[in-house]
Design a protein around this ligand. Structure first.
Ligand code: CA2
Length: 149
């Protein structure tokens, strides 16, 4: 079984560390990528890390992950709350999906309360900042270990 986890990030997450540290923390996306790489190595997983501001490209990435990855960790940014195209790609995706958000959308504006990603995901990790990505890597590592037992 593939031990690859694709970590996909949506719009504006390339701006992390530049503004709103009180909401999103002070880590840059590069810092998060490095921390994910280190945790994945400890847990015997490979990762591929991507960010795009384009909804269509996010759909393309999910379709690619479906063919090549065991799991997808997805922070779809604001597309989380708007994108039926993402929902359709996720329900067709053969890899399991864990939704991650740095902030807790439920504790924010009402327009962030609904998630098209959550409806197609194994589960969601929200509100723990960059650590949420590491929790998701651990969740996949535990699941893949169980599956090969
Ligand atoms: O909390 C999260 O991870 C979000 O996915 C972040 C999205 C937001 O639309 C979601 O509701 C929750 C926004 C990402 C924008 O990140 C920025 C970071 C620094 C400066 C500007 C934007």
């Amino acid at each position: 079984m593939s031990k690859r986890i694709d970590i996909l990030n949506g719009p504006n997450l390339n701006l992390l560390g530049t503004r709103e540290p009180e909401v999103y923390g002070s880590d840059t996306l590069k810092d998060i990528e490095a921390a994910c790489g280190a945790r994945a190595k400890e847990r015997g997983l490979e990762i591929a890390f991507h960010q795009t501001n384009s909804e269509g490209e996010l759909v393309d990435l999910i379709q690619k992950s479906s063919k090549t990855a065991a799991g997808v960790i997805l922070n779809a940014g604001a597309y989380t709350h708007t994108s039926i195209a993402l929902y359709d790609a996720l329900i067709a995706c053969k890899a399991e999906v864990i939704e991650v958000h740095l902030s807790n959308p439920q504790a924010r504006e009402e327009f962030r309360h609904d998630s098209f990603v959550a409806k197609a995901a194994l589960g969601s990790i929200c509100g723990f900042g960059a650590k949420g990505y590491l929790f998701a890597i651990d969740a996949f590592a535990d699941r893949l270990k169980k599956a090969t037992k």
